[in-house]
Ligand binder design. Structure first.
Ligand code: FES
Length: 104
């Protein structure tokens, strides 16, 4: 059962339009996105190569990979542009008293 929370950052830190990178012990690097006042957490590493999605351009709920212009919907993890075909993992985000956590 998933009900533990792992602290990511203060909820004021991620801003709309850019990825916010978080590194936690025992997890791959994470990318946090804020969109429409909600938070979304995905693996920071592109599923196509060794790129950090936090370095990519954000357009709405999509982030473009900085390496080969692939893209993902960060709400679902689904790829939205070639050459990406494999989804990135998503995590459930939760805000508690101004702090952002993910459910683990
Ligand atoms: Fe991301 Fe190739 S590494 S599109």
């Amino acid at each position: 059962e998933k009900n533990d929370l792992a602290f990511l950052c203060d909820a004021s830190e991620p801003v709309e339009g850019e990825g916010f990178r978080v590194e936690l012990p025992n997890f791959p690097a994470l990318a946090v996105f804020k969109y429409d006042d909600k938070f979304f957490v995905i693996d920071d590493k592109c599923s196509h190569g060794n790129a950090s999605l936090c370095d990519g351009d954000v357009d709405g709920c999509e982030v473009e990979c900085p390496f080969h212009a692939g893209a993902f919907n960060f709400m679902t993890g689904e790829p939205t542009a070639a050459p990406c075909t494999v989804p990135v993992r998503t995590y459930e985000a939760r805000v508690v008293e101004g702090k952002l956590y993910m459910v683990i």
